[in-house]
Design a protein around this ligand. Sequence first.
Ligand SMILES: NC(=O)CC[C@H](N)C(=O)O
Length: 363
Amino acid sequence: MKAFLILEDGTVFEGTSIGSTREVISEIVFNTSMTGYLEVLTDPSYAGQAVVMTYPLIGNYGICYEDMESDRPWPDGYIVRELSRIPSNFRSEDTIQNFLEKYDIPGISGVDTRALTKILREKGTMNGMITTKQYDDLTDPIARMHAYTVTGVVKKTSCKEKYILPASDEFEKPIKKVALLDLGAKRNIARSLAKRGCEVTIYPCDTTAEEILASHPDGIMLSNGPGDPKENVEIIKEIRKLYESDVPIFAICLGHQLMALATGADTFKLKYGHRGGNHPVKDAETGRAIISSQNHGYAVDPKSLDPNIAIPAFTNVNDGTNEGLKYVGKNIFTVQYHPEACPGPQDSAYLFDRFINMMGGNN
Ligand SMILES: NC(=O)CC[C@H](N)C(=O)O
């Protein structure tokens, strides 16, 4: 069946419908990862967005449920150049087509995703519509696209009840207990800690700081998550209380942004964000640049930082934007990118070890 991708600026791409045939409006963002499409699809930070995959062939190694980064796919739409219909992989359990259909996610294939990405890069992220309906007049769909904003997505993607991920089997008892605030967390954050001997208690996003602190964790992790960081007014208040405690904190992506907002700094929306597996970041502590996995549309404004509270500790080598902070006089550091990888390079996995050392290491 024919499908159309209509952008807010009136550009129309024609292609073939994949997944659900439902009409959807969402924010259109592009991801440049060459592999890891399932991890991208199941990253909760894409809730409210339709993802354009710039790599031209998607689905060739199928769907391996074990590789999912959450319980389900989260983007509201999926845009590809070519969808592989016959996955070739002994681990594969399903196809993208079935996977999208099962979760009622509309998509479109046959789109010149590189031309589309150039538009998004030049004009900035915009809203768009995926539809199987042919509109003769775009006035109404464009008005609806203008009115769309990503909202309420942290609550939607966070777990509903707290649960525990035990330390990996090779540890007789956990070396540390970590409380993870799930703002729409990717699984590999908790897994990266469990693999290093931590018992991780995962809390829903509306958990109070008092409840978390009452469990006396050795450290607190704030996860990644979808949407505009500033929308999370109540969560920011709780994070302020966590900042004021003396518990070591490590935060990733949305968690990093919320800690910055909780301590008086500001965030802003990037023109088209960073989403992919090849973003170079310099770690001021080691002086080294690593290649990172990224998925963010907002960033902390370094001009808004009070140097008595937080100082830039990680910087994007491509565009100089802030990629992480170190908090003065506190055992707190935060990153805008993804040390948990999945998808993407694992160069920054050492940050989980840095966090464990901050909690007192293996003793
Ligand atoms: N991966 C994330 O945590 C993303 C954070 C935030 N939603 C942003 O787009 O900037």
